[in-house]
Design a protein around this ligand. Structure first.
Ligand SMILES: [Zn+2]
Length: 97
């Protein structure tokens, strides 16, 4: 089995071939908009779908783009249910302390 580490906090996670750059639940919960507002992601209903909104005002957020610790990420509906957030671009390993 291949291992996967969260690209944000380096925590060990289960590897999914479909989501090579996905981040862990804890990091996903820190996702914010470009302006630094906390975002909530969820499925539209039991059949899935993707919806995002601002945590403070519950206003709809019409984008898949989010930031976790300043790293650009993309949130989307997960095939296995729920929401998956993946980093857009893997950080250089050199910067990985
Ligand atoms: Zn993490």
């Amino acid at each position: 089995m291949d291992n996967h580490n969260c690209p944000i906090c380096d925590k060990e996670l289960k590897a999914y071939e479909r989501y090579p750059n996905y981040v862990c639940k804890e990091c996903s919960s820190r996702a914010v908009s470009k302006t630094g507002r906390k975002l909530i992601f969820s499925n539209i209903d039991f059949s899935g779908g993707y919806i995002a909104y601002y945590e403070d005002t519950k206003e709809k957020y019409n984008s898949h783009l989010c930031f976790i610790d300043g790293v650009e990420c993309i949130a989307d509906e997960a095939r296995f249910g729920g929401i998956v957030i993946q980093v857009k671009k893997i950080k250089s390993k050199i910067a990985n302390m």
